[in-house]
Design a protein around this ligand. Structure first.
Ligand SMILES: [Zn+2]
Length: 393
């Protein structure tokens, strides 16, 4: 049994050890199973906090090696912070554990970590009201948390082992902007109005950003935080260093190079980013602007359905246009920075095939013009192939 007592210090005149309302330090003393007599400071001047510590010590003595859910969660989050993960990764993780998991455990009076088992986790998962993608991410986070607990020796098995993964959301087939659609987007930048901090230059910036992503294949996060030093005097953009150590450059059209060089910026080191604050804030700001731009452009399929547009489609446009122009897939893969050609094929196979069809059709036409002077067949292989692809997907 343990008890809390007060150690009075001047100017406090009291001598009663059980007096709890003064601001003198509180201590814990008594006898614990397996530990014998203990006397230690509770590191607080608050009686109820000291009592909480006392109960905690008693509980630990009763169930040695057992850890509370709360402790495990805070250890896990501290470990994730120590890994220097970026805020966009950490924030949803904290939200899941601090705002959902802990209150849920508390409501069910699950205090000990080993009390959280597969059935409880299934019940917890049923309480989520979110889409498949989010559910899948939360599942992965939960799994990683319990794996952390197992590796620390707090649990013998991972309770999420008995939990099936939420079904993967259907992946959207790659689509790109054809020339007419890209022109329309560029036109839309002049109709774009912005009433934010850099309202005067925002439309220019957006236009340059769109051109940059289209002609360099950079993803939005790399384009927004692109530093000026990456553009060399000849107008070639340094993309990355390949695994072999060789630098990969992409030449940019002169119009774009001069637009980039003339772009006013608050930080001379970057084209778009001010350099202040977190990069992800600047990126999401441009993403919002692009969504607005896509609304203005209002792209539609030939049958009148609205075309879903994403910023990543500029990178896809860069790749698809290169493939259709006959650039070999390994070169496109190097420009995109893919780890292997398989990755490039996975996303852009229809256009590789479309290119082969174009070549075959050209060769066949050449035979006939030679021998019989037949008029060439107009074949829109690109569209045909894409429709087939969309039908499969
Ligand atoms: Zn006192």
């Amino acid at each position: 049994m343990l008890s809390v007592y007060t150690r009075h210090y001047p100017p406090c005149q009291r001598t009663d050890l059980h007096y709890r309302r003064c601001r003198c330090p509180k201590w814990v003393r008594g006898c614990l199973d397996g530990e014998g007599l203990i006397r230690r400071s509770a590191h607080t001047r608050n009686w109820s906090k000291a009592e909480r510590l006392m109960r905690e010590l008693e509980r630990r003595a009763e169930f040695p090696g057992v850890i509370e859910v709360k402790e495990a969660v805070s250890a896990y989050l501290a470990d994730q912070r120590a890994r220097k993960l970026s805020p966009p990764t950490l924030t949803p993780m904290r939200a899941l554990f601090e705002k959902r998991f802990l209150p849920w455990c508390e409501a069910r009076q699950l205090v000990r970590l080993d009390a959280v088992r597969t059935p409880q986790l299934k019940e917890f998962r049923c309480s989520w009201d979110c889409n498949a993608r989010t559910a899948r991410r939360r599942h992965e986070r939960l799994r990683s948390f319990f794996a952390f607990c197992v590796s620390n020796g707090w649990l013998t098995a991972n309770p999420t082992d008995g939990l099936k993964k939420p079904v993967a959301p259907r992946t959207v087939p790659t689509d790109y902007f054809n020339r007419r659609e890209f022109e329309r987007i560029l036109e839309a930048t002049s109709e774009y109005e912005y009433c934010g901090r850099d309202c005067h230059d925002r439309a220019d910036r957006l236009r340059t950003l769109v051109l940059l992503m289209r002609w360099s294949g950079l993803a939005i996060k790399d384009a927004v935080t692109l530093s000026r030093s990456r553009l060399d005097a000849q107008g070639a953009l340094f993309l990355r260093r390949a695994k072999t150590g060789i630098a990969v450059y992409v030449p940019l059209p002169p119009v774009l190079v001069s637009a980039l060089r003339q772009l006013p910026s608050s930080n001379s080191a970057y084209f778009f980013w001010s350099g202040a604050g977190y990069p992800h804030n600047a990126i999401s700001s441009y993403q919002r602007s692009l969504r607005k731009l896509f609304r203005i452009a209002d792209l539609r399929y030939p049958d009148g359905r609205p075309k879903p547009c994403r910023s990543h489609m500029f990178r896809d446009t860069f790749a698809v246009e290169l493939l259709l122009a006959g650039v070999p897939i390994d070169q496109v893969s190097a420009l995109l920075g893919h780890r292997s050609i398989k990755m490039t094929e996975k996303h852009y196979l229809p256009w590789v095939k479309a290119r082969q069809k174009q070549l075959t059709a050209s060769v066949r036409r050449a035979w006939f013009t030679e021998v019989r002077k037949l008029p060439p067949e107009p074949v829109d292989v690109e569209r045909e192939e894409k429709e087939k692809w969309l039908a499969i997907a």
